[in-house]
Design a protein around this ligand. Structure first.
Ligand code: SF4
Ligand code: SF4
Length: 214
């Protein structure tokens, strides 16, 4: 799940300043679950925009705006409005914003900030679980992501800030993830594996031009 939060009204208003005729597009998948870009939030946004003196030509929730094929299909239903729009305000993650821009050929603006890939504990409570490092180490860490769960993102631990199994960087309430990895390995009789040093994260995997996976 891609977790998003709403940008402030001031930021959205500022981005929309040069544009009067607006189409609003929401997301029927992640942003609906996050309650940042579903039917209700799109409706609220339309009311807000009208209050700001904008002319809202159309609004719709696209099933998954991150899929450019679905954008092309769904936006056809409001083709005339999209043609007349000065800008499309997209209430989805950054992927959706860019895909809507590609599908429509129009100026697109983001209404949300994309903050992380998360696990859904329940609606409204999302836990960060992955930073898409491109070289997943979950097989070496008992299924616990050290990049997200260790305050320093260490590939080996625990560090000197661990106190009685807790992370001294975050505070008493947080377990040190490396202690949890140790405990899980120990319960499986894999103490030797714990002593194996994980190589540092290769950050070059995530830099450079946008990647394409076929
Ligand atoms: S190691 Fe963590 S950040 Fe990297 S891919 Fe796996 S879960 Fe994601
Ligand atoms: S105490 Fe553990 S979780 Fe906290 S920074 Fe050190 S290794 Fe990471």
């Amino acid at each position: 799940m891609i977790i998003t939060v709403a940008k402030s009204d001031e930021e959205v208003k500022r981005a929309l300043e040069p544009y009067r005729n607006i189409v609003v597009v929401g997301c029927g998948t992640c942003a609906t679950i996050c309650r940042t870009g579903g039917e209700d939030q799109v409706k609220e946004m339309v009311e807000k925009l009208m209050g700001w003196g904008k002319n809202v030509l159309a609004s719709m929730v696209v099933e998954s705006p991150c899929d450019v094929r679905i954008d092309r299909r769904d936006l056809r239903r409001i083709e005339d409005e999209v043609k007349r729009a000065d800008a499309i305000l997209v209430m989805s993650c950054g992927v959706g914003v860019q895909a809507v821009g590609e599908a429509s050929g129009k100026k697109v603006l983001a209404a949300l900030d994309t903050i992380f890939l998360g696990e859904v504990e329940h609606i409204g409570r999302f836990l960060e679980r992955c930073r898409e490092c491109g070289m997943c180490v979950l097989n070496e860490t008992e299924g616990l992501c050290p990049i997200v769960l260790c305050a320093k993102g260490l590939m080996n631990g625990p560090c000197e800030d661990m106190i009685n199994g807790k992370c001294g960087v975050v505070g008493d309430e947080a377990d040190c993830v490396w202690v949890k990895v140790w405990e899980r390995m120990k319960s499986e009789g894999r103490e030797e594996d714990f002593l194996r040093v994980n190589p540092p994260l290769d950050r070059s995997v995530k830099v450079g031009a946008a990647k394409v996976v076929w």
